[in-house]
Write a protein that binds this ligand. Structure first.
Ligand code: GLV
Ligand code: MN
Ligand code: MN
Length: 417
C-alpha cells in the first residue's frame, strides 16, 4: 500500500461547497437538473479541477465525462470510479458529489504520495443519475452499459414534450450519435463508487464504512390522466370527471400496493403529481403522476407493480377519466462483486476502520456498471440518514474516511498485473 496517504479534506470541502454554490436555487438548496445552466457550469467546474489534477479528459455523446490517469502498462484493463453531480430539485450537496470530488481527492492523494498505477485509473462523471428531466434515472450509465437502447433514449421526452435528442443537440452533444455511447463489456476491470449511505444504519451503528453487496431494483411509471374541466361553482358533483381525484386514488393505490406486498423492502412513492389548470375555482382537467417503486427482490416489486397497473384502469373507468400508463423502466437489482467487496473489507481492516456489508436501497450508476464489470460501492454515514434534502450532511472526517478507503482500494487494484 502507498503510505502515508494524506487526504486534503480542507481542499475537498472547499470544492464541495463551491460546487454546491452552482445551483438553480438559492443556498442551502442545491438543484442541478440535467442540461440546465447550473448543470453545464457544474460540469465545467469539475472538468477544470480534473484538468488541474493532470487527468486527461474525454466526453461522450450524452455528456458522460471520463477523466483518465494513465497507467504505466497500457495493455492492462483500467479500473474506474466515479458518480454523478446532477441534483434533484431541493437537494443537498453530497449525493453523487462525494463520489466525484472524493474520487478526485483520492487520485490527488495517490499522486502526491508518489504512487504510479500500472493500470489506468478512470474517473467517470455520469450524466443524469437523477431522473428529474426525463423521468428515468442513470441515463449516462444506462446508455454506456447497453441497458437502454439509444433509439429508446432518443425518444424520451420531458413534461413539455421536448425530446432527449433535442435537448442533447441544444446542449452541444449532438455531433455524435447516441449509439456511440455504448462501451464494450470488459472495458473496465472494476468499478467502485463512493457515496453517502442515504440511510441511517451506519450512523446508528457508529460505523465509518459500509461496503455494498446488493443494490435494489427500481421501476418508474408515468401516468397521464385526462378528465373534464369546468367551473368549480357550476359543475355539480355527480357530473364531474376530476383528474386530480383519480390521481389521488391512484397515489393511495400505490401506497397500498407497497404496504401489502408481503415484503418490508417494497417502497413506493408518487413523487410527481401535477395538475392543470391549477386554478382554485376550476375542476382539474389533467393530471400527471410519476411513480417510483423499488425492492431488493424483483418478484415482490413486480407483484406490487402489477397491482398498481390493474388499479389505474379500474379507477379511471369508474371516474370517467382517460389515461395513459407508461413503464419507463423496470430494472433488476444488482449483485455486487464478492471479490471487490472482500478487497475493500480488507483495506478497511488495514486502516482500522470498522465496516459492514450493506444493501443499497437507493439506486446508483453502479446498478448499470455492474452489468459490464465487477462493481461495488463504498458507503459513508450521513447525518440522520437524510438525503435528497438541503440538510443532507456528512462531515469532512466521514468523507475523508471514505476517500482513504477508495484511494487504498484503487492503489491495490492498479499496482499489479
Ligand atoms: C437516486 O437518486 C435514487 O433515487 O435512488
Ligand atoms: Mn440522488
Ligand atoms: Mn446519488
Amino acid at each position: 500500500m502507498p503510505s502515508p496517504l494524506s487526504i486534503d479534506s480542507l481542499r475537498l470541502q472547499g470544492q464541495i461547497d463551491a460546487l454546491a454554490a452552482i445551483s438553480e436555487a438559492p443556498p442551502p438548496v442545491v438543484t442541478r437538473v440535467l442540461f440546465s445552466e447550473a448543470d453545464r457550469r457544474g460540469r465545467a467546474f469539475v472538468q477544470e479541477l480534473c484538468r488541474q489534477a493532470g487527468l486527461l479528459l474525454q466526453e461522450d455523446a450524452i455528456g458522460n465525462v471520463f477523466a483518465r490517469w494513465p497507467g504505466k502498462d497500457a495493455q492492462l484493463v483500467p479500473i474506474a470510479t466515479g458518480s454523478h453531480i446532477d441534483a434533484i430539485p431541493n437537494a443537498g450537496r453530497y449525493d453523487g458529489v462525494v463520489g466525484v470530488l472524493g474520487a478526485l481527492a483520492a487520485i490527488c492523494a495517490l499522486k502526491q504520495s508518489g504512487f504510479e498505477p500500472r493500470r489506468t485509473i478512470e474517473l467517470i462523471i455520469f450524466t443524469a443519475e437523477e431522473p428529474t428531466r426525463f423521468g428515468i434515472g442513470c441515463l449516462g450509465s444506462r446508455l454506456l452499459s447497453g441497458a437502454l437502447p439509444p433509439e429508446k433514449a432518443a425518444g424520451l421526452s420531458d413534461t413539455e414534450g421536448q425530446t432527449l435528442e433535442q435537448w442533447r443537440h441544444q446542449a452541444g452533444y449532438g455531433a455524435r450519435p447516441l449509439n456511440s455511447v455504448l462501451l464494450p463489456k470488459g472495458v473496465y476491470g472494476g468499478f467502485i463508487e463512493l457515496h453517502i449511505e442515504q440511510g441511517p444504519l451506519l450512523e446508528r451503528e457508529n460505523l465509518p464504512i459500509g461496503v455494498v453487496e446488493k443494490i435494489a431494483g427500481p421501476s418508474t411509471l408515468r401516468v397521464q390522466l385526462t378528465g373534464v374541466g369546468g367551473h368549480a361553482g357550476a359543475v355539480l358533483m355527480p357530473e364531474r370527471h376530476d383528474a386530480l381525484l383519480a390521481g389521488a386514488e391512484i397515489a393511495l393505490a400505490v401506497e397500498e400496493a407497497a404496504l401489502n406486498s408481503g415484503s418490508p423492502d417494497t417502497v413506493a412513492t408518487t413523487g410527481v403529481f401535477r395538475i392543470e389548470p391549477g386554478a382554485v375555482n376550476s375542476v382539474p382537467c389533467r393530471a400527471w403522476l410519476e411513480i417510483d417503486l423499488r425492492d431488493t427482490q424483483s418478484s415482490t416489486r413486480d407483484a406490487a407493480l402489477q397491482r398498481i397497473e390493474r388499479a389505474v384502469p379500474e379507477i379511471c373507468r369508474r371516474r370517467g377519466i382517460e389515461f395513459q400508463l407508461e413503464r419507463l423502466n423496470l430494472d433488476e437489482p444488482a449483485v455486487c462483486d464478492p471479490g471487490l467487496v472482500s478487497t475493500i473489507l480488507e483495506v478497511c481492516r488495514e486502516l482500522n476502520l470498522p465496516a459492514k456489508n450493506m444493501i443499497s436501497r437507493a439506486y446508483h450508476d453502479s446498478l448499470f456498471m455492474a452489468q459490464i464489470c465487477p462493481t461495488t460501492m463504498i458507503f459513508i454515514p450521513c447525518r440522520g440518514g437524510v438525503s435528497h434534502r438541503p440538510d443532507e450532511y456528512s462531515s469532512p472526517d466521514q468523507i475523508a474516511n471514505g476517500v482513504l478507503v477508495l484511494a487504498q482500494t484503487l492503489a491495490r487494484l492498479t499496482c499489479g498485473s
